[in-house]
Design a protein around this ligand. Structure first.
Ligand code: HEC
Length: 167
């Protein structure tokens, strides 16, 4: 009887480890909202801005609703070459890898070479009469969406933008 109990106890200890690992694993993958992750370029001059976790969560919600149809996960469904990953944003003309530049894009988007306005084809405040999802957005929404776009690669790594920065 005693050996059976001891055996059971040993078995319990053995089972506990994988169970503990299973429980801890999701926590290890959870987004770490530290100040470094929440701090992104504010404008082209190199100054930075630090968002709060709730601003980013609010930004994600508006982004998924207004932009997710084409940009879920930071990619661009209909033009894989112009994604929302930091590398592609940085190489646009003008560079779009800051809050101000992204907000500017949402107001009046331009072609990747910066030559022409594409507001007619891309959702924007300028074309909110056509793109109804833009109608109820205010400046704060735009700022938070920019924050979400810029913090996502830091929080999600290669998942954001399909890992394009590592190609
Ligand atoms: C109907 C599909 C669609 C929706 C909805 C959409 N986009 Fe886009 N977006 C595109 C396409 C296509 C491009 C590539 C445009 C080009 O060829 O320059 C693009 C490009 C961009 C770029 C430029 C990326 C770069 O690397 O230069 C940004 C920034 C962007 N979108 C932000 C947004 C935001 C923010 C929203 C929501 C408010 C949004 N988009 C909604 C299709 C969409």
């Amino acid at each position: 009887m005693r050996t059976v109990l001891q055996g059971l106890r040993r078995l319990g200890a053995l089972l506990l480890l994988p169970i503990a690992l299973l429980l801890l694993a999701p926590a290890a993958h959870a987004v770490q909202w530290d100040a470094e992750t929440l701090t992104v370029p504010a404008d082209a001059s190199g100054s930075t801005v630090t968002f709060t976790e709730s601003e980013i969560k609010a930004g994600r919600k508006v982004f998924n609703n207004s932009c997710g149809e084409c940009h879920a996960g930071g990619i661009t469904k209909t033009n894989q070459n112009v994604g929302l990953d930091p590398e592609t944003l940085a190489l646009a003309t003008p560079p779009r890898d800051s809050v101000d530049a992204l907000v500017d894009y949402m107001k009046d988007p331009t072609s990747y070479d910066g030559e022409i306005s594409i507001a007619e084809f891309h959702p924007s405040m300028r074309s909110a009469d056509v793109f109804v999802k833009m109608r109820d957005l205010n400046d704060e929404d735009l700022r938070r969406m920019a924050g979400y776009i810029l913090t996502s690669p830091k929080a999600q790594g290669t998942q954001w933008g399909g890992g394009k920065i590592y190609f």
